[in-house]
Design a binder for this molecule. Structure first.
Ligand code: IPE
Ligand code: IPE
Ligand code: MG
Length: 247
């Protein structure tokens, strides 16, 4: 079934699908707590939802899916929880590689991957390499990602190029900035979804979401479903995006 048929099948207009969806996957800990379980159980269930969302977005013909999996601030969590998240990431990369290849999905990461454990970095490079020429969808995993770190990194790079005489300050444009972010070459998110009821951005894609449509749902990430995503997409299609202009 083509992605167009799939969208129509769900009552969506294939012409008005968001090209790039970003998700802040929040609420794993609360999901576990409600069940008197360890927070890690919430992350495990959350990883299953990640798999389902990747599949659904691919089927609906989304070009880029960016998932906030681990923030620069999340390093401050207890060591055992960080360790469990790294374990799940390792497991996800190994188990999903074949599925990504089968579904023509290109794997990419944004963030300070240099801070991740060595074996995970190697697996990431391998999966990126093996999916490099896939063009069905890009799955962008935000790992040790923080928007402020990304912006500082970009500024530092511009300063270095300028000092080396490669870039004149007058020549700095929005494109210069975009080209030095982790998301270079990707379209900006059209739609940002955050689960768990928190109404904040938590240092995610600050530059890129300038004109994204924002959706906040009370649903905790482990309970998030394809059906709810489709409802959000229907709502998205009813919104009028004006980009500061009049229609
Ligand atoms: C999101 O769930 C997953 C990560 C941040 C890694 P949380 O772990 O933040 O869950 P809550 O917010 O404590 O419920
Ligand atoms: C944002 O969730 C980061 C991820 C989903 C990976 P957090 O749970 O870390 O955000 P805060 O602390 O509630 O703002
Ligand atoms: Mg949280």
């Amino acid at each position: 079934m083509s992605s167009e048929t799939s969208a129509i099948g769900h009552g969506l207009d294939p012409e008005r699908m968001p090209g790039h969806i970003a998700m802040i996957m929040d609420g794993n800990g609360r999901w576990a707590r409600k069940r008197m379980l360890n927070r890690v159980k919430g992350h495990e269930k959350g990883a299953d939802v990640v798999r389902e969302m990747v599949r659904t977005c691919r089927r609906l013909g989304i070009s880029v899916l960016t998932l906030f999996a681990f923030s620069t601030e999340n390093w401050g969590r207890p060591k055992a929880e960080v360790g469990a998240l790294m374990f799940l990431l390792r497991k996800f990369l190994m188990s999903e590689e074949a599925e990504l290849i089968r579904n023509n999905i290109r794997f990419n990461t944004i963030g300070q991957t240099e801070h991740l454990p060595e074996d995970i970095r190697q697996t990431i490079d391998l999966v990126k390499d093996r999916t490099r020429s896939n063009d069905g969808m890009t799955l962008n995993l935000a790992l040790s990602y923080g928007a402020r770190e990304e912006i500082v990194r970009m500024a530092r790079q511009i300063a270095l190029e300028s000092k080396a005489g490669l870039l004149s300050p007058d020549a700095v444009t929005e494109e210069t900035v975009e080209g030095r972010l982790y998301t270079r070459g990707m379209r900006d998110p059209d739609l940002l979804i955050r689960t768990s009821g928190e109404m904040r951005i938590s240092n995610f894609l600050l530059w890129q979401i300038a004109y994204a449509e924002l959706f906040f749902t009370q649903t905790l990430w482990p309970d998030f479903t394809e059906a709810e995503l489709i409802q959000i997409l229907k709502d998205f299609q009813r919104r009028e995006r004006r980009f500061g202009r009049v229609n």
